[in-house]
Ligand binder design. Sequence first.
Ligand code: PGA
Length: 265
Amino acid sequence: MFVKQGIFAALLSEEDMRKKIVAGNWKMNGNSSSIKCLVHEVSLGLGQIDNVGCILLPPTIYVPLVRDLIKDTKISLGAQNMFPKEEGAFTGEVSALMLKDNCCDYVLVGHSERRILFHEDEKFIAEKFHHAKEHGIIPILCIGETLAERQEGQTKEVLARQISAVYKKSENAFENSIVAYEPVWAIGTGLTPEPNEVQEVHAYIRELIASKNKEAAEKVSILYGGSVNKKNAHSILSMSNVDGGLVGGASLNAAQFVEIVQCIN
Ligand code: PGA
């Protein structure tokens, strides 16, 4: 049994739920040796940073490696994916129980790469979201509009639809969970919305949640993701409605990832 399990999750469920969070989504990158270096440098770089929670999301096969590497640090562990069944004939999939067994306190749900490349629909995403919560894993629900939807002025409509899909099962859906606003057109492109646009969209997401549950809306952390790097991190992540970032490409570079965490510390 590993001591780390649940420490940060417990922290986040306290009143300081909206403490800043930076999560590194490594996607399908890295190998044993690059990951050992990356985690070593990130944990050295983060040092005594206390008021920003840092979550690493490695490829599933490296979850046990990262679990062992971070066990004496304040870094938390999450997974990029999970299948919403406890066990059974689901070749190639990994369950919430398996993630928990390996100290994952978080899981990404609804990332646009899974929505688009793996055809995950809103019903399935909602199922994963609730299944994670039922098993004590905090889901990080990714939502966001495509470029075409943005150009047609449909951003709010898309976000409302993605949020309400999760609400279908429970009015308390967003208690003890995290939302990441990730405009699809900003992911991996180097493009980002203006900080005030992010601020406005996050306020809208919070309103959507407040319309069902005011307390959950105040407590839920809403992260921004999409081409966050050390240059734009401060201006975007320091907005009052932005509770941190979900960082892809830049999280593979330890120095840059640490700088992003430091700039919102
Ligand atoms: P990016 O990815 O930072 O490389 O744009 C973010 C994400 O997909 O979570």
